[in-house]
Design a protein around this ligand. Structure first.
Ligand code: DON
Length: 566
């Protein structure tokens, strides 16, 4: 983990780590909870974004000012996922204990139709929902941050925007992981953008990228408010660009877009109160279902990442992902039977045929089959302010660089979130997730998400904020991180970096992170009837844990994520 205590150049985490390793020789990575900071913290995918977020709180601003600054800074320095051309979700908890959530998820355009990605014989038109103009949903990020500012912002919007504008003008240095990502997607980006488009060039690690058009767009938005993006000069530029690429998004679509405050999903697990994202995310409900399915078991006794622990979690994951496909979609278009599917009797019945001896066959849980996967990108950040407010936000273009369409005049990538709909009943999206009518495409509907920004309370106090990218794996990564802390007494850093596994019913395999589990355990699971798929490490959980009078950050070492505080 990278952690910085501001005004201090030495790496406090490493110092403590070496110290602990020295005195507790054989447990140097285990159950060490370290105070990083006392009052405030930001953990995000990039140092610059965490720093700008923290700067807001140093100026006297709150977690919401920091959220806006961090979200915008990620659009500058982390353009594969940070965005103005995408959307996201935010969960908050105020110092008085009140909670809420904001949905700034993309919507389908007015002209969208159920079969827009199918040909005359009902086959999916390859790549149509993932690449290029038709894959774009109406962006929600600018509406989202202004919703946040009008309700909770304490600094003038100029103070929040200015450092981000400076960052876009002065540029940021790309790191190794980013340069690899740019290289990987360059052919696709080049193919649908002009050759002199800024991301059609090849960048090496260490190069500085300035995004002057984005800086100018941010200046206009700062001066004219969200209408600039949805109704003003910039919206006209965006519509002109989208039309030229064959998009069905109209000026009316932008005009009508609204971010929506929603009541979060809250439930009790032992002495924790979990607060997470409601539909149109499946995150909160699935986390609720899964944690309630496993609550009756003694997880400590099973042992962290033991074969029985993995089996129990995997079987609960499978049952919840089946319900995800059947019952979850945009709540403004469907009645989601939340009470029914989180009822304890209902969940106990689902777990009735669970056995540590053998896997439950998928057809006994759900009756379709499917398989597909791809490489992905989203980003999460967590914030705690000195006033006791906390924020958990996940934002995305969906795939890396979204649709790959880059609007040069505005300096932004556009999302490919339309693929999160069930574009054909029972057909998997890029994460292998299936869905039916409830998540079918309809004009102005929001596509179902797995993003799970989550906050946890213990004894009526703030305890934890966390979330992660990772498509369908988001839900299971968030749950394992919570359990690592709560059941296995890990600190936040150890918890986010701990090995992870995943199952989503279809395909019927346990995804296991490569080189992180011992071979005997894997052989045991296979002998007991599980198919395994060894995958490269996935997700980047960024979280903050409250310790006695201080905070511990966890920034996932699978990325270049960065925690900073004071
Ligand atoms: O909303 C969703 O569930 C997806 N569009 C999130 C994509 C994602 O996490 C990609 N990240 N690696």
């Amino acid at each position: 983990m990278t952690f910085e205590f501001v005004n201090s150049s030495f790496d406090m985490k490493s110092y403590f780590h070496i110290f602990f390793c020295f005195i507790i020789l054989n447990s140097c990575s285990s159950n060490v909870k370290e105070c990083d900071t006392r009052d405030a913290m930001v953990v995000s995918a990039r140092k610059e974004a965490s720093e700008i977020g923290l700067m807001m709180m140093k100026k006297g601003g709150n977690a919401f000012d920091a959220m806006i600054a961090t979200e915008l800074a990620l659009a500058v320095v982390y353009p594969s996922a940070g965005n103005l051309g995408g959307g996201g979700f935010m969960v908050y908890r105020l110092s008085d204990g009140s909670v809420g959530s904001l949905d700034y998820r993309e919507k389908a355009p007015i002209k969208a139709t159920k079969k827009m990605f199918l040909n005359e014989i009902n086959e999916i038109i390859p790549k149509s929902s993932t690449y290029g103009a038709l894959s774009i949903g109406i962006p929600g990020t600018i509406a989202g941050i202004f919703r946040v500012h009008e309700k909770f912002g304490s600094l003038p919007i100029e103070e929040v925007f200015k450092p981000v504008i400076a960052l876009a003008n002065n540029g940021y240095k790309i790191n190794n992981k980013q340069s690899e990502r740019f290289k990987k997607y360059l052919p696709e980006i080049r193919k649908i953008n002009s050759t002199n488009s800024m991301y059609s060039r090849e960048y090496k690690a260490g190069d500085t990228i300035k995004n002057i058009q984005l800086a100018n767009l941010l200046i206009r938005i700062m001066q004219n408010g969200p209408d600039e993006f949805y109704k003003g000069e910039s919206s006209k530029k965006l519509i002109k660009f989208l039309k030229s690429k064959g998009s069905i998004i109209s000026a009316k679509d932008l005009e009508k877009y609204k971010a929506i405050w929603r009541t979060p999903i809250t439930f009790q697990y032992d002495d924790l109160k979990i607060i997470s994202m409601p539909p149109p995310s499946s995150g909160g409900i699935c986390i609720n279902q899964i944690m309630k399915m496993i609550e009756p078991y003694d997880l400590k006794k099973l042992g962290h990442n033991s074969s029985d622990y993995i089996k129990l979690l995997v079987e609960s994951f499978k049952r919840s992902y089946a319900d995800r496909a059947v019952y979850m979609g945009d709540p403004d278009f469907n009645d989601i039977p939340y009470k029914k599917i989180t009822n304890q009797n209902y969940l106990s019945k689902k777990m009735k045929q669970f056995s540590f001896q053998k896997p439950t066959p998928p057809h006994e849980i759900y009756s379709t089959n499917t398989e597909i996967k791809e490489s992905l990108e989203t980003t999460h950040y967590s914030i705690v302010d000195p006033f006791g407010n906390s924020v958990s936000a996940t934002t995305t273009l969906n795939s890396s660089f979204g649709s790959k369409l880059f609007c040069d005049e505005l300096g932004i990538f556009l999302n490919n979130q339309m693929n999160d709909f069930a574009i054909k009943s029972g057909h998997p999206n890029i994460y292998g997730l299936i869905g039916g009518e409830i998540n079918s495409i309809q004009a102005e509907k929001r596509m179902l998400s797995s993003m799970s920004p989550t906050i946890i309370e213990k004894n009526n106090n703030f305890y934890m904020t966390l979330g992660t990218p990772g498509g369908s794996t988001i839900i299971t990564s968030v749950i394992q991180t919570i359990l690592n802390v709560h059941e296995f007494s890990m600190g936040m850093e150890e918890s986010v970096n701990s090995p992870r596994f995943h199952h989503q019913l279809f395909p019927d395999v346990i995804k296991i992170e490569k080189n992180k589990f011992n071979d005997m355990l894997l052989i045991d699971l296979e002998n007991d009837g599980y198919d395994l798929e060894i995958v490269t490490p996935y997700g980047r959980v960024d979280g903050i844990l409250a310790l006695e009078g201080c905070l511990e950050g966890g920034s996932d070492n699978r990325g270049n994520d960065y925690a900073i505080g004071f």
